[in-house]
Design a protein around this ligand. Structure first.
Ligand code: PRP
Length: 206
């Protein structure tokens, strides 16, 4: 399932990201805001667990997200502001890290760091702002699936129709929540109109 956000506020924030003059702090902040919107949408049907808390009227039971069964996996580098944003909302979730770099000649992703916690029976939120060819996302999903999670949901800021097709056909069981589906990929496999390279824009490495 692919779900694209349609709120005008979402579209406004995407426009800020496209603007070349948005500096790194604005860029990361906007990615973080969009991530929160994606989390709200992605966890809409998520079951609540009951928690007994002390309120001004004494002890009572209320619903909370079952954060202990939630793992947020980020793809470095560009996924870092997204991880921080999810962990601000759900601070008791567990974090996992994958580092991947897209080879600029072959356009294939190369894994160079894997620090995933025990994923058995857990719900995984895989976060990466860009889904271009879909290679990085597909590889990350395959790796995570090898660790036997219960379910995987991806959160992406911007993607191409071509890349989404690749991920959807390789992983039809995964739910993809994305803020913006753009027009296409260019010959260098960049998203058009897109926003440039999210890793470089987040960390001033041009
Ligand atoms: C970007 C992005 C994805 C990948 C998407 O990372 O964050 O991980 O490219 O491209 P794909 O769909 O064609 O695989 P990049 O390799 O630029 O690394 P970075 O995050 O360190 O900048």
């Amino acid at each position: 399932m692919i779900y694209e956000l349609s709120n005008p506020v979402t579209k406004t924030l995407i426009t800020y990201l496209r603007e070349e003059k948005s500096d790194a702090i604005r860029f990361r902040h906007t990615v973080a805001e969009l991530t929160k919107q994606l989390v709200y949408e992605a966890l809409k049907e998520f079951p609540l667990k009951q928690k007994i808390i002390t309120t001004w009227q004494g002890e009572a039971s209320f619903g909370v997200v079952d954060e202990e069964n939630l793992i947020v996996v980020t793809v470095l580098r560009a996924g870092m502001p997204m991880l921080d944003s999810v962990m601000e909302l759900l601070p008791n979730a567990t974090a996992g890290f994958l580092a991947m770099k897209r080879d600029e000649i072959t356009h294939k992703s190369v894994l160079y760091y894997d620090r995933l916690p025990d994923c058995r029976g857990k719900t995984i939120l895989l976060v990466d702002p860009m889904l271009a060819t879909g290679g990085s996302m597909s590889d990350a999903l395959e790796l995570i699936k090898g660790r036997n999670p219960l379910r995987i949901i991806t959160l992406n800021i911007i993607g191409s129709p071509e890349g989404l097709k690749v991920v959807e056909s390789a992983h039809p069981d995964v739910d993809i929540f994305i803020a913006q589906i753009d027009e296409r990929l260019n010959d260098d496999k960049f998203i058009i109109p897109g926003l440039g390279d999210a890793g470089d824009r987040s960390y001033n490495t041009f």
